[in-house]
Design a protein around this ligand. Structure first.
Ligand code: NAP
Length: 533
């Protein structure tokens, strides 16, 4: 029997996949979405760990493609928690009747482009191992930037007799840590959010820290109804204004460079922004991720706050990061540092003595065994490329994507890659993605892909693929921009440095407005840098 044929195969039913499906239908195209989980929501489906919450303000972390949708939905808190965001994702899916074209519990195992018929052949594995193949003109990878869980290959993991969890693969039914001795490994955003909540439940919590992280307070609170009314009345203007911000958000980034004000004024500005909470802290000066001197002062301000908060001076010092602030994604916390003042919480520094192995009862580091009932790996993700590389994607002449990207991802606009016609990577490496509010970034990419497909159809063309020179120039451009910042100065997942053996390449594109402008210019010039055929 001939394989089912569709216009667009979409991988992933998170916010990107859902919107892509909606746009595809609007263009009268036959589209199908494949999703490993049994529900929509992507990141927010998988990351159900205690304390999981958005670090972008909820009034901004939502779709803007439909005014009725944004007017009717009400967020309860300044920073929405995971269950509420998942409810929103389901609301959108139901409102636009998306679920009927989403194949849940269906994993894409391979996607091969066939030069002979010009189609993508997408192989899937569904419930009870049922395999299937769908042929598609376009393949849209809406697989998310932080979807491939990174569980370090600790020796002895299979010996551990307690339970272990990864924050990004949290059990749906939740976990009760009451009366349990719990270990959390890692101190990134996921750990910083979950540690205060787990500490309130567990009998004892031990945090294993390899590198301390900067966190600024969320000052979370219920959404003020007056502010909501004002926001909704001005949504259009506010959304436009947010797009002019470098991260696609409304928080203010002053058009002032470090050194333009006296030191005391600068410190007062950091204090003011600390009190506001959230990412605005790094908007005090426009060049804080370029100017090391300014960055040092911003960083020291946070270290002082940690020392003021954490009562035990030794623990406080261990919690003080020394790297560039903002080099890794800034964490937004609720009572993280205060948690170390609890009697049932201890911190173990593993920067000089890594975890040697897991044992039946716990783990060994520095020659000492620590015993636990449960271990939480808050160890992050194989970011940006992980979820693409774990699918066997092959382009023209059977070239595997992993092979092409052996030395790091190479794309044009973070959206397409030479040798893989009609393959679109939503918020792929080389696009602003994780440096921004993901929702507007996703919408911009999905709209761009939709425009490309309409353009192809209007011109009777079937394929689009970047030119080699355009891709090379784009990769050089992203590297040059990142190289002019302080981002490459630390071992972040932006660089792939958290996954052993991963090539060290800065993956996201810093600067949302400049990126959007470039995309628009390319489209206006007849999709310059692309080969349409
Ligand atoms: P992450 O930032 O990569 O943090 C992982 C942590 O695990 C780091 O502290 C890392 O230490 C540690 N680690 C990794 N491998 C280890 C090993 N073998 N031994 C000991 N420690 C190890 O991951 P994440 O916290 O899941 O956050 C990832 C990203 O997801 C965030 O940056 C953010 O973009 C997003 N996120 C957002 C929110 C939100 O607020 N909306 C919440 C959670 C996540 P090193 O630093 O030394 O590598």
């Amino acid at each position: 029997m001939a394989a089912e044929q569709v216009d667009i195969a979409i991988v992933g039913a998170g916010f990107a996949g859902m919107y892509m499906l909606h746009r595809a239908r609007g263009m009268g195209l036959r589209a199908v979405v494949f999703e490993t989980g049994d529900g929509v929501g992507g990141t927010w489906y998988w990351n159900r760990y205690p304390g999981a919450r958005c670090d972008v303000e909820s009034m901004e972390y939502s779709y803007q493609f439909d005014d009725d949708l944004q007017q009717e939905w009400s967020w309860s808190e300044r920073y929405a928690a995971q269950p509420e965001i998942l409810r929103y994702a389901n609301h959108v899916a139901d409102r636009f009747d998306l679920k009927r074209d989403i194949r849940f519990e269906t994993k894409v195992t391979s996607a091969h482009f066939d030069d002979a018929d010009g189609l993508w052949h997408v192989a899937t594995e569904g419930r009870n191992g049922a395999v299937d193949t769908v042929a598609a003109t376009h393949l849209v990878m809406a697989t998310g930037c932080l979807s491939s869980a990174n569980v370090p290959h600790f020796e002895g993991i299979e010996d551990f007799e307690g339970d272990w969890y990864h924050t990004g693969r949290w059990p749906k039914e939740g976990v009760d840590f009451t009366g349990k001795r719990v270990a959390v490994i890692g101190t990134g955003s996921s750990a910083i959010q979950s540690i205060p909540v787990i500490a309130r439940q567990a009998e004892h919590l031990t945090v294993f820290q390899r590198t301390p992280n900067y966190a600024v307070p969320a000052h979370n609170h219920p959404v003020d109804p007056e502010r909501e009314t004002w926001f909704k009345a001005n949504y259009k203007e506010l959304r436009e204004k947010a797009k002019q911000g470098r991260s696609g958000q409304l928080y203010s980034v002053r058009d002032l460079k470090w050194g333009s004000e006296p030191l005391e004024t600068a410190k007062a500005e950091f204090a003011r922004r600390w009190d506001l909470g959230g990412f605005s802290y790094l908007g005090a000066y426009v060049d804080l991720l370029v100017n090391k001197e300014g960055n040092d002062v911003a960083a020291e301000f946070v270290r002082e706050k940690i020392r003021e908060t954490v009562k035990d001076p030794e623990t406080a010092e261990l919690l003080c990061p020394t790297s560039v602030i903002g080099c890794k994604r800034l964490c937004v916390d609720i009572g993280y540092f205060e948690t170390y003042n609890r009697d049932n919480v201890s911190l173990v520094d593993i920067s000089k003595a890594p975890i040697e192995r897991l044992t039946k009862k716990g783990l060994i580091t520095g020659g000492k065994e620590y015993t636990f009932d449960a271990i939480v790996f808050a160890t992050g993700f194989d970011a940006m490329t992980g979820s693409l590389n774990r699918i066997d994607i092959r382009g023209r002449n059977g070239l595997p994507l992993v092979e092409k990207w052996e030395a790091g991802p190479r794309t044009y606009l973070g959206l397409t890659t030479v040798g893989f016609p009609n393959l679109f990577l939503i918020t792929g490496p080389g696009s602003p993605s994780v440096l921004t509010n993901m929702l507007p970034t996703i919408e911009q990419h999905v709209d761009y892909v939709s425009d490309i497909i309409e353009h192809l159809r209007a011109h009777g063309q079937k394929t689009i693929e970047p030119e080699q020179e355009a891709e090379d120039a784009w990769v050089d451009h992203v590297n040059a921009i990142a190289g002019g910042t302080l981002y490459p100065s630390c071992n972040s997942w932006y660089l792939g440095a958290n996954v052993p053996g991963k090539p060290r390449v800065f993956m996201p594109y810093p600067g949302f407005p400049a990126y959007v402008k470039k995309c628009q210019e390319i489209a206006a010039n007849g999709y310059e840098g692309f080969r349409l055929g």
